[in-house]
Design a protein around this ligand. Structure first.
Ligand code: ADP
Ligand code: MG
Length: 308
């Protein structure tokens, strides 16, 4: 494909994320349906060209567990990345629509993510860096694939410069500033699998002893200082939620005990060892009994994907 913005017709908004927005588009000359990700990059032309060069590696990424890449181009302040369109969307959208995901489907998700990560690392030495339910996509063929992996160092830097918000899928060692390794992706996958199986994010959204009550001050303080006080408290809360909590508290687990197969509980536990030396690599985890069960499972993801 020789992609140009003029040849792409917008069909539908698919969603918005930290880096930009994603649209369903049609490549008119070939009638191909694609997902077009628009990333606003505040960088010099030389950096933008560098990003484009780095994205080229994606042309060589071919795996049934990785979203296909059609091409990327610059479009004024944006970089557009065109990729395979997945008609059932991302797993966060799916569980928010249908509720907690059946554990047998979750095991197939684990299998697909591990195969995808192993392919990226073994063949291209790429670490994903952003495993979360919104980067795991599904289509009506019942295929499960990962997207948005960190191929371009320059793109990662440019997005990091504008990144605000919480980083709740990040491993304890990453929060403490250690280098990314494939094992950091394993942690993020473990958190994501619990989220899918429970139908909710596994870290509590608010701390019970966090007292947000400042109404007693409202009469005596100016609105500005009440607001400033609230902002300060929100900031503290964010920090605890996204950082201290993950480093200091025990890792979340697949609970309640006995609700899920023992193999699933054990698999998730081994993804969430807080010490990265104790945590396995994606390749090792492909040998886990729960993944053998996923391979042997007769569960039909195609039938499942067509129930919603
Ligand atoms: P995030 O991953 O943080 O949600 P993105 O900008 O990467 O933000 O994506 C926004 C949304 O667009 C995703 O949540 C997903 O639902 C949807 N999306 C992304 N890529 C595709 C794709 N290839 N096919 C279908 N939907 C997609
Ligand atoms: Mg994404």
């Amino acid at each position: 494909y020789d992609l140009r913005n003029e040849d792409l017709k917008d069909l539908q908004e698919l969603g918005q994320g930290n880096g930009g927005s994603v649209k369903k588009v049609e490549h008119i000359p070939t009638k191909t349906i694609m997902a077009k990700k628009i990333v606003l990059i505040d960088a010099k032309p030389s950096v933008r060209k560098q990003i484009l060069r780095e994205l080229h590696i994606m042309h060589d990424c071919h795996s049934p567990y990785i979203i296909s890449f059609y091409g990327a181009f610059l479009s004024d302040p944006n970089i557009c990345i065109c990729m395979e369109f997945m008609d059932k969307g991302s797993l966060d959208g799916i569980y928010k629509k249908i509720g907690a995901i059946d554990i047998e489907v979750v095991s197939k998700v684990a299998l697909a993510v591990l195969e995808g990560l192993t392919y990226l690392y073994d063949v291209h030495r790429i670490i994903h860096r952003d495993i979360k339910p919104s980067n795991i996509l599904c289509n009506s063929e019942g295929q499960i694939k990962i997207c948005d992996f960190g191929v371009s160092g320059e793109l990662i830097n440019s997005i990091a410069d504008t990144f605000v918000g919480t980083s709740t899928y990040m491993s304890p060692e990453r929060i403490q500033g250690a280098q990314y390794t494939v094992k950091s992706d394993v942690w993020s996958m473990g958190i994501s699998l619990i989220e899918l199986a429970l139908g909710r994010f596994p870290f509590s959204e608010s701390d019970p002893d966090d007292d947000d009550n400042f109404s007693d001050l409202e009469g005596t303080l100016s609105p500005e200082s009440v607001l400033a006080d609230k902002r300060e408290k929100d900031k503290k809360k964010d920090r605890r939620k996204s950082k201290g909590h993950i480093v200091n508290e025990p890792a979340p687990r697949l609970t309640p005990e006995g609700r899920f197969p023992g193999e699933a509980e054990d698999f998730v536990d081994s993804c969430l060892f807080k010490d990265p030396d104790a945590r396995k690599t994606p390749k090792d985890l492909l040998k886990h009994p729960w993944i053998d069960m996923a391979r042997a499972s007769k569960f039909d993801c195609k039938v499942w994907a067509n129930t919603f």
